[in-house]
Design a protein around this ligand. Structure first.
Ligand code: NAD
Length: 263
């Protein structure tokens, strides 16, 4: 029996940076489809979402791609309408969208526009997508929301304060929403990926003199398991949290970090 048989999932940020790469959102969408879910692949970058669609369709899964900016309420409302029109219900909302600041630096290197951009994309977007999806979930008395946070919510890195603040907000939003909707059949959880080997972190090579291989080697060494995580590691944890196997789990923030936060 497939673990998400009969379920409908919206994955926001289902494409991947670099379009052909494999990020957390893309891997999660693929795993959901493998487990029998019908998946709506939402991304600002339609080309990236279409790549995920191709991957899923090659495996015989059910999905379609949809362009939306999750910072915009009107886009999120259109997203919900389209999902209900195509699949008739929404069981899962997976909020994967997240960006890092344009430049690494402290408060004095950050202007108001950059603060607004990062907080809006990483945190406000989850409030908007959730509020767009919740009425339909409440009507059916069930639903699972999964927010992708980061170990940066708990372990600060110099130069990344804005990202850390936004992800700490995601953790608190997750717990607060879990509490507010626990008696309505809606579960809300989060995952904090750790040091990941995904296209999103390519630009961290800046810290390693632009040397990608050196970056990978040093990041692998920093990880307690001596390797970075794969997008599939996040996707498999996500699968459990959105499935009925986790039906008594809500308000949890799970680190998928190979022990990184234990240090
Ligand atoms: P990714 O960059 O490969 O994919 C994110 C997708 O979101 C992209 O396709 C992008 O086009 C889309 N997107 C960006 N802004 C959008 C918007 N406003 N509306 C709609 N779509 C938008 O990243 P990923 O590997 O899938 O991981 C993303 C999540 O995981 C983020 O929340 C990130 O903070 C978190 N995370 C990642 C890592 C990592 O190393 N990859 C580590 C810790 C946490």
């Amino acid at each position: 029996q497939k673990r998400l048989k009969g379920k409908v999932a919206i994955v926001a940020g289902a494409g991947s940076t670099g379009v052909d790469g494999l990020g957390n959102g893309k891997a999660s969408a693929v795993v959901y489809a493998r487990e029998g879910a019908s998946v709506m692949l939402v991304d600002l970058n339609l080309e990236a979402a279409e790549k995920t669609r191709q991957m899923i369709e090659q495996e015989g899964g059910t999905c379609f791609a949809f362009q939306a900016n999750v910072r915009q309420r009107s886009d999120c409302e259109a997203m919900v309408q389209k999902c209900l029109q195509e699949y008739g219900q929404i069981d899962i909302l997976h909020n994967n969208v997240g960006v890092e600041p344009k430049t690494f630096g402290g408060v004095l290197n950050t202007d108001d526009a950059e603060w607004d951009r990062v907080i809006n994309v990483n945190l406000k977007s989850m409030f908007i997508t959730s509020s767009a999806v919740l009425p339909s979930m409440l009507e059916r008395g069930s639903g699972a929301i999964l927010n992708i946070s980061s170990v940066s919510a708990e372990r600060l890195s110099p130069g990344l304060f804005l990202y850390c603040v936004s992800k700490a907000g995601v953790n608190t939003l997750t717990k607060a929403m879990a509490l507010d909707y626990a008696d309505k059949g809606i579960r809300v959880n989060a995952i904090m990926p750790g040091l990941m080997d995904t296209p999103m972190v390519e630009r961290h090579k800046e810290f390693y003199g632009g040397d990608r291989e050196k970056m990978r080697q040093l990041r692998n060494e920093r990880a307690p398991m001596k390797r970075m995580g794969e997008a599939w590691d996040v996707a498999n944890a996500a699968l459990f949290l959105v499935s009925d196997e986790a039906k008594y789990i809500t308000g949890q923030v799970l680190a998928v970090d190979g022990g990184y936060l234990c240090k």
